[in-house]
Design a protein around this ligand. Structure first.
Ligand SMILES: Nc1ncnc2c1ncn2[C@@H]1O[C@H](COP(=O)(O)OP(=O)(O)OP(=O)(O)O)[C@@H](O)[C@H]1O
Length: 252
């Protein structure tokens, strides 16, 4: 099966207010998928449903099915902590654990899972930092505080921390919006390597970024998934006039 993630008739509410409506989406294994659309259209709300983050939001409710490798992540008996191991997340603002070293940040998820073996922790640290294109910059100061890194390095550290537990999917919520252009370019460059290790779903405000890094793009408007397709098609020959208006900069 090439579809790693399938959502079926997903509706998301905050109390009585509906933020996402009837979303049906399929995400292929090993791809980068961008979610675009104007502010408030439901991109982050939808993204957070994909790893059960709304379980932690008071008043939020998710309806419908979200199948990860064919299994509904909302089925009774499914442990949300396990879901979040399989579906990792990187947020808008880099959020390394401030009191921890670079090394301890990377292995925090493994330690939580009870893994203490030093050789394993060292190995995972090097692998994850290499995958996040940070290893060369930090290999000589792994035991120093993560807060000593630049913003762009901190974000790559957060990517390494997410990758350390070998998630199948990495959700990225505007991961470069707090970064300078050079750090942004660094993370965009990383994306095509990252998809070798995890399928990526990225929310971005930046249409150029979506066009550069993604294989498929989903355009959201007022809680609806208006159009989903191969990125080139969405940007060059959208089928829906609302998509066209958005990608040509007529609103948003
Ligand atoms: N915790 C919450 N409680 C109530 N309403 C919320 C909550 N989070 C988001 N919303 C509302 O849900 C709708 C969708 O918001 P969401 O953050 O998903 O949009 P978005 O497309 O990600 O926007 P942006 O691009 O500005 O981040 C908005 O109307 C927003 O005000």
């Amino acid at each position: 099966m090439t579809q790693l993630l399938t959502t079926q008739d997903v509706n998301i509410y905050y109390g009585s207010k509906q933020a996402v409506r009837q979303v049906n989406l399929q995400v292929e294994r090993g791809s980068v998928n961008a979610l675009i659309g104007p502010s408030g259209c439901g991109k982050t709300t939808f993204l957070r449903a994909l790893n059960r983050m709304h379980d932690l939001t008071p008043g939020a409710r998710v309806e419908g099915q979200i199948l990860l490798d064919g299994e509904d992540i909302y089925a009774s008996g499914v442990d949300p902590v396990q879901v979040r191991r399989r579906v990792g997340m990187v947020f808008q603002k880099p959020n390394p654990f401030p009191t921890m070293s670079i090394f301890d940040n990377v292995v925090s998820g493994l330690k939580l899972a009870g893994i203490r073996d030093a050789a394993t922790l060292n190995e995972v640290t090097e692998r994850s930092l290499r995958q996040a294109a940070l290893w060369d910059e930090v290999k000589d100061r792994l035991r120093t505080p993560a807060t000593g890194l630049s913003g762009g390095q901190q974000q790559r550290l957060c990517i390494a921390r997410a990758l350390a537990v070998e998630p199948e999917i990495l959700l990225m919520d505007e991961p470069t919006s707090a970064l300078d252009p050079a750090s942004t370019a660094r993370i965009e460059d990383l994306m095509s390597d990252l998809k070798q290790v995890a399928t990526i779903v990225i929310v971005t405000h930046n249409m150029h970024q979506a066009a550069r890094v993604s294989d498929t793009t989903s355009f959201f408007l007022n809680g609806d998934l208006v159009e989903h397709g191969v990125t080139d098609q969405i940007f060059t020959s959208p089928r829906d006039e609302r998509t066209e208006a958005y990608v040509t900069g007529r609103f948003g």
